[in-house]
Design a protein around this ligand. Structure first.
Ligand code: ZN
Ligand code: ZN
Length: 153
């Protein structure tokens, strides 16, 4: 079975897949947020655009987001807090051989039953992993034997 990209622990086919394929509408802002993370993992920029409220991206923005999505290794999604229209999360990824963590408190709005991303407050806190800790990606290996090998020190 294929685990969902959003690290919910559920099968992809029972989590983000039906939402990404527009067979189901996300039941909550949290479900939408999870599906958007999965869309980043899959490089599905059209879905990201379609689920962003009231904003059309320029070609340049689309290229930037496509590049970010495609060339990042998405390691983990951690939900910190959420309410009806807010999700605070940390997304861990490697981009250009650097370890990154994106910490954001996102706001969502429901328009005609469909949840959409409005905007977010980004926190600038940094993450450090100890080499002997278990890797954030869930491989079960130590960081030094796993994702740490893909970054430049
Ligand atoms: Zn999912
Ligand atoms: Zn790893």
């Amino acid at each position: 079975m294929q685990q969902c990209y959003c690290k919910s622990g559920l099968k992809f086919s029972e989590c983000c897949e039906p939402v990404l394929r527009v067979l189901e509408i996300p039941a909550s802002a949290l479900a939408l947020m999870r599906s958007r993370y999965s869309a980043y993992c899959l490089g599905d920029v059209n879905y990201l655009q379609a689920t962003t409220h009231d904003h059309s991206w320029t070609d340049e923005e689309l290229k930037f987001i496509q590049d970010w999505a495609d060339n990042s290794q998405w390691q983990h999604l951690e939900i910190i807090d959420f309410s009806d229209n807010m999700v605070e999360f940390k997304a861990y990824y490697i981009y250009e051989k650097k370890q990154h963590m994106h910490h954001e408190k996102s706001t969502f709005i429901q328009v005609n039953d469909m949840w959409k991303y409005v905007d977010g407050e980004v926190f600038e806190d940094k993450v450090t992993f100890l080499r002997n800790e278990k890797c954030i990606c869930g491989s079960g290996m130590k960081y030094k034997r796993c994702c740490f090998r893909k970054i430049d020190e």
